[in-house]
Design a protein around this ligand. Structure first.
Ligand code: AP5
Ligand code: MG
Length: 221
């Protein structure tokens, strides 16, 4: 796939696999729109919108938000004209009903998913990434005390905001999120394999190596 081609892709993987990190690089490289349902819920919760009020108890505990709520949110987002630049869905779909809804939705807008990238990683590494992640609530930048430290402790390099921990970045919530991934999301691997659009990448490599592997898959798509 050429660098300026319009890409329509899905990025999946367990909590902490690097979906957000790789999304940032993909957006820079391909100029596509980043649609993260997790980010959308966090914004909605901060703004106390009706969707935020419905989602908060689920996201804080690490449980999946009900399909109808997520599907309605994505449907509305994908219907906006800026999706014409290509989209990158980060963290959606996460269940078979969501994947089926996405197939219909993307058919309606004439922009089918071309590739699904699944980041693979060991839970024992993921938990350490999750508990050492820090995020900037002001600009959304993400850091890691082990692998991506801010220049000044506790302060965002981009905007000077005070870094915080996500509410669901606890060991307890991680276990629930991982369980939800294994039970509800992992079946999507076969779902997309059967469609011939799945690419699997070792998410335990360093960030640039993971990105290199994703690019190779996209260039073949
Ligand atoms: P969401 O925000 O999507 O959370 P998640 O899937 O648990 O994934 P994370 O964002 O924690 O991890 P990531 O894969 O993005 O990793 P990152 O790049 O940040 O969803 C949150 C919640 O919203 C869900 O639990 C659910 O309640 C709800 N929700 C969202 N979508 C939904 C849906 N479709 N259906 C139902 N409910 C939904 O990396 C993690 C850390 O590791 C960072 O600190 C990073 O710097 C570091 N790191 C990344 N890559 C590497 C590397 N290669 N080497 C070393 N460190 C690395
Ligand atoms: Mg993320």
């Amino acid at each position: 796939m050429k660098q300026n081609a319009k890409l329509n892709i899905v990025l999946m993987g367990p909590p902490g696999a690097g979906k957000g990190t790789q999304s940032e690089l993909l957006v820079k490289e391909y100029g596509i729109l980043h649609i993260s349902t997790g980010d959308m819920f966090r914004e909605a919760i901060a703004e106390k919108t009706p969707v935020g009020l419905k989602a908060a108890s689920y996201t804080n505990a690490g449980l999946l938000v009900p399909d109808d709520v997520v599907i309605a949110l994505v449907k509305e987002r994908l219907s906006k004209p800026d999706c014409a630049q290509g989209y990158l869905l980060d963290g959606f779909p996460r269940t078979i009903p969501q994947a089926e809804a996405l197939r219909e939705l993307t058919k309606e807008i004439g922009r089918p998913v071309q590739a699904v990238i699944c980041l693979k990683a060991e839970p024992s590494i993921l938990i350490e990434r999750i508990v050492s992640r820090r995020v900037c609530p002001t600009c959304g930048a993400s850091y890691n005390l082990l692998s991506k430290k801010p220049k000044v402790e506790g302060i965002c390099d981009n905007c000077g905001g005070k870094l915080v921990q996500r509410k669901d970045d606890t060991r307890e919530s991680f276990a629930t999120r991982l369980d939800a991934y294994q039970k509800s999301t992992a079946p999507l691997i076969d779902f997309y394999k059967k469609q011939g659009i799945l690419g699997e990448v070792d998410g335990l490599q360093d960030i640039d190596a993971v990105f290199g592997d994703i690019r190779k898959i996209l260039e073949r798509s």
